[in-house]
Design a protein around this ligand. Structure first.
Ligand code: ASP
Length: 466
């Protein structure tokens, strides 16, 4: 018999069907057995009644057993209808049960909201956690949103390009993970903090409009709601100014909310804008929560922050700080034209405003970008302000400066923190709830037990000794 999905059972009233899935709940009452079954499309109640041979097998069923259930779809009598439940008006009268696989006892109940469960246990048994209704919804909606963005940007003539993971460091203000090379002993790859340099090189490569759902890796100290790897919606465009990037992204966000989250309301369209200085003076931070009603779970208050300072004094927090000044967002952001004179003369550095823009939502930064230095001498000037000497500039960024000399178009872009956006849209308290295989705050994968020690031979091959 062909499998029928639980979500479409209501089309089969009075017919015999077979469903396949998991036992969600099992209850036994004398000569009767009641079950909830679950597949990817939802849940349904099944009952065994008056069939001793079926009851025999039914008694073996425990939660999370994988089963094929044959039965007749019955409409429930009116007084038994549960209108608040999917399939609350039908019931499966079970005629046959096949056990496809057994299950050990789940370390936590997954027929409810698993947020109540100790998170380390959830992360260790993530595959069980993922079966819960809320996690299923989060990950499936994440896919829906991703698909929407892919289609939208493809329609706007963007090309999706994959950029390397094994690479050289791109400074984005934090530490990079490094990977030892076996073939070039003593040398290391860096895992990308973002595809920043590659996307700029794609503009020099003539693509004009690029996007990617890019995995980014940053080796940060355990600080709040961070993950060592996360996903950005990354994009870059040629022949654009700030306004072009801002308006394209604003349109995309509005369409996305309208199509994927029709129950939500955007507080203000066009999105309001505020300069960095204004935000700091008025709110004391650069991602103010401007919601009119902070208790409304369906209210989305987007806000652009613009006119960031280009440089800040180095401090212990600036991993890269060699000189007195360092970049505020990334070193490729172009200063605004009005500040060109000071910038090129390396004067009044603290006053120089960059083309950087951030998009914030309900008090979170959900993205940021800028127009870039497409001119090699401007780019070099930034590194000089940061106190890099010629040797370091050439060693770290020689490839970028060379590339910029070969007809680099004016370009700029943005990257969204995709996990964070989904977290906010799903009203989840942290990004781990929308990342299928999340790590702990200490960067551990409790399920795969990573990071882990490697064996001596592997280290020897890499030329590594502790
Ligand atoms: N690469 C930047 C980041 O990861 C975003 C951008 O400027 O496009 O924050």
């Amino acid at each position: 018999m062909e499998r029928t999905l639980i979500g479409s059972l209501r089309e089969y009233i009075d017919s015999e069907v077979q469903i396949k899935g998991w036992v969600d709940v099992a209850r036994f009452q004398g000569k009767m057995a009641f079950f909830d079954f679950r597949d990817r499309t939802g849940k349904v109640q099944g009952v065994v009644f008056g069939k001793p041979e079926v009851l025999e097998i039914a008694k073996e069923l425990k939660p999370e057993y994988v089963v094929a259930i044959t039965g007749k779809v019955n409409a429930r009598p009116e007084k038994m209808v549960n209108a608040n439940m999917q399939n609350g008006d039908i019931e499966l009268e079970i005629t046959n049960i096949a056990i496809l696989n057994e299950s050990a006892v789940s370390p936590f109940p997954i027929d409810g909201d698993t947020r109540m469960v100790d998170e380390s246990v959830r992360l260790k048994y993530r595959y069980l956690d993922l079966r819960s209704e809320r996690m299923q919804k989060n990950i499936r909606t994440r896919h829906t949103v991703q698909k929407f963005i892919r289609d939208y940007l493809t329609g706007e003539n963007f090309v999706e390009v994959e950029t390397p993971l094994l690479s050289a460091p791109t400074p984005e203000g934090s530490r990079s993970y490094i990977v030892p090379s076996r073939l070039s002993q003593g040398c290391f790859y860096s895992l990308p903090q973002s595809p920043q340099q590659y996307k700029q090189l794609l503009m020099i490569g003539g693509f004009e409009r690029y996007f990617q759902f890019a995995r980014c890796m940053r080796d940060e100290d355990t600080r709040g709601d961070r993950q060592p790897e996360f996903t950005q919606l990354d994009m870059e465009l040629s022949f654009v100014k700030e306004e072009d990037v801002i308006s394209l992204n604003e349109k995309l966000l509005i369409e996305l909310v309208t199509k994927c989250y029709p129950e939500k309301r955007i507080q203000q369209v066009p999105f309001p804008r505020m300069t960095y200085q204004e935000a700091m003076e008025k709110y004391g931070n650069d991602r103010p929560d401007i919601r009119e009603d902070k208790n409304d779970p369906n209210l989305l208050a987007f806000l652009w922050i613009t006119d960031f300072p280009a440089f800040e004094k180095t401090s212990e927090d600036n991993v890269d700080g060699t000189g007195e000044w360092t970049f505020t967002h990334n070193p490729f952001a172009k200063p605004k034209d009005e500040y060109a004179e000071d910038f090129l003369a390396k004067r009044n550095i603290s006053n120089i405003i960059s083309t950087q823009y951030d998009i914030t939502l309900n008090g979170y930064e959900i993205g940021g970008g800028s127009i870039r230095n497409h001119n090699a001498s401007w780019q070099k000037n930034t590194f000089e302000i940061m106190g890099y000497d010629e040797k370091r500039i050439q060693e770290n960024f020689g490839h970028m400066l060379t590339a910029l000399q070969y007809g680099a178009p004016p370009h700029g872009g943005i990257a969204w923190g995709f996990d964070r956006l989904i977290m906010l849209l799903e009203n989840e308290p942290n990004i781990r709830e929308v990342i299928p295989f999340a790590k702990t705050g200490e960067g551990k994968d409790l399920m795969m037990e990573a990071p882990a020690k490697v064996n001596e031979n592997q280290l020897k091959e890499l030329g590594i000794k502790f």
